[in-house]
Write a protein that binds this ligand. Structure first.
Ligand SMILES: Cc1cc2nc3c(=O)[nH]c(=O)nc-3n(C[C@H](O)[C@H](O)[C@H](O)COP(=O)(O)OP(=O)(O)OC[C@H]3O[C@@H](n4cnc5c(N)ncnc54)[C@H](O)[C@@H]3O)c2cc1C
Length: 407
């Protein structure tokens, strides 16, 4: 039986940032991370686009708005300190027609409230920044949007966690919680040894709702997984100078099909937000789980039937994006000189740990957390969770300290 003061379930970006924060605050206490995969960042944290968002999409009272701007700065500093590449290319948000102007105004308003630098520019000014861009009369330019390689960042973070003396258990999954052992500690079963921990922190991403349910939290919340895929262009580096995004539908948590420039200057278009049939539904039957699949399909069928949050249209639109021709047609609305023959390689898929509230039957829009004096649960850590991770983890630890003191 292993004993630890803090046990963190999940070695994604949130779990590792929380582990560093724990060691910073409690240098003499034992901090353990359980990661079920053989390396950290095998799920969303290593499968995302690595865009360091600026923070203008989110409503001012949200946790997303609160941490994106500072998170963007924190990763730039981190990357400089650890000699990791950042492509500080910036982003254009374009209007496909005059119906998008109100959306641009709303994004500008949110940028101003959230203290984010944002410029309103004319179509000519937009073309001076990126000659291929298409926009109806005006656009928004976000100079602080940047991009990193999330895999390299995760490798660096893993090394740092190990250097700080965190006990990293790779290839070891949390299985269940056993009854309290009579003290304030919690006993857990894992695929390795049993663990007694003083405090459990759940940062399990796609599995976070399950872990939370074991502890009596997130009762109305379940994962509704959405798969994100990008289509790579074979054009040479520099084919686009910066990210180009449409005005999103701010009522759902996805940003619409956009162009992303990678840290090395390559171009990709996407992502999809296709309903997945199980949590780790990346490719083929990999990670298939019958019970889980029945559960998710049942839920999706219910959403389809009742057409909640316009699910039928969303699902249909997204499934269409599996067709490369359709994806490229959407891309052609954003930039000119798109040659379909350049688009044939899909990237590595990622699945969003999106939560559905079964009481309100709505998608959760913001990050969430719940906890008490024995455990803490990070929930709905969807995009821009990677950007936010450093300041968000600091904030989460303030909440953990408050919960612990309640004891
Ligand atoms: C397609 C896509 C694109 C995105 N693009 C961006 C972007 O450009 N910018 C941005 O800021 N954000 C982006 N995001 C969001 C971002 O990736 C996530 O917010 C972030 O990675 C969440 O980190 P996490 O640590 O909570 O989850 P994860 O990275 O999923 O980590 C959770 C970890 O827990 C482990 N785990 C689960 N269950 C157990 C168990 N029982 N025992 C032990 N370990 C367990 C998993 O193996 C996993 O490693 C994107 C996400 C997706 C899916």
């Amino acid at each position: 039986m292993k004993h630890t003061d803090f046990l963190i379930v999940g070695g994604g970006v949130i779990g590792l940032c929380l582990a560093l924060e724990a060691k910073l605050r409690y240098p003499d206490q034992r901090v353990t991370v359980l990661e079920k995969e053989p390396y950290c960042g095998a799920h969303a944290s290593g499968r995302n686009s690595g865009v360091l968002h600026a923070g203008f999409y989110y409503a001012a009272d949200s946790l997303k708005a609160r941490f994106t701007r500072d998170g963007n700065r924190a990763w730039r500093d981190y990357c400089q300190e650890h000699r990791l590449k950042v492509n500080a290319c910036g982003k254009l948000v374009v209007a496909q027609d005059e119906n998008d102007w109100a959306g641009l105004d709303e994004l500008l308003r949110r940028a101003q409230i959230n203290g984010i630098e944002m410029q309103v520019i004319s179509a000519d000014e937009a073309r001076a920044i990126e000659p291929r861009v298409k926009t109806c009369q005006r656009a928004l330019f976000s100079p602080s949007t940047a991009v990193v390689d999330p895999k390299r960042v995760m490798r660096s973070l893993t090394e740092q966690v190990e250097r700080q003396g965190v006990d990293l258990h790779l290839g070891t999954a949390y299985l269940s919680r056993l009854a309290q052992d009579g003290s304030s500690s919690t006993v857990l079963t894992t695929t390795g040894e049993r663990i007694v921990c003083g405090y459990l922190i759940n940062a399990a991403g796609l599995q976070a709702d399950r872990v939370a349910h074991d502890f009596g939290f997130a009762k109305n919340l379940v994962i509704l997984p959405f798969k994100g895929l990008y289509l790579y262009s074979s054009e040479p580096v520099g084919a686009l100078r910066l990210h180009v995004y449409p005005v999103p539908n701010l009522n759902n948590p996805f940003l619409g099909v956009h162009y992303t420039v990678t840290v090395d200057g390559h171009v990709k278009v996407g992502p999809t937000a296709i309903p997945a049939f199980w949590r780790e539904h990346y490719q083929g039957w990999q990670g298939f789980n019958l019970g889980e699949s029945i559960d998710i399909l049942w839920r999706e069928a219910g959403l389809w039937w009742r057409n909640e949050f316009d699910f039928r249209r969303l699902a249909w639109q997204e499934l269409n994006k599996y067709r490369k021709g359709h994806m490229v047609a959407l891309a052609e609305r954003l930039v000119s000189h798109v040659d379909r023959s350049h688009y044939h390689r899909w990237g590595v898929p990622g699945v969003r740990a999106q939560l559905l509230n079964v009481s309100t039957r709505k998608l959760e829009m913001d990050f969430r957390y719940e906890g008490d004096r024995q455990s803490f649960h990070v929930l709905n850590a969807v995009s821009p969770g990677f950007t936010c991770a450093i300041p968000f983890s600091r904030f989460l630890f303030d909440q953990i300290d408050t919960f612990k003191q309640q004891g």
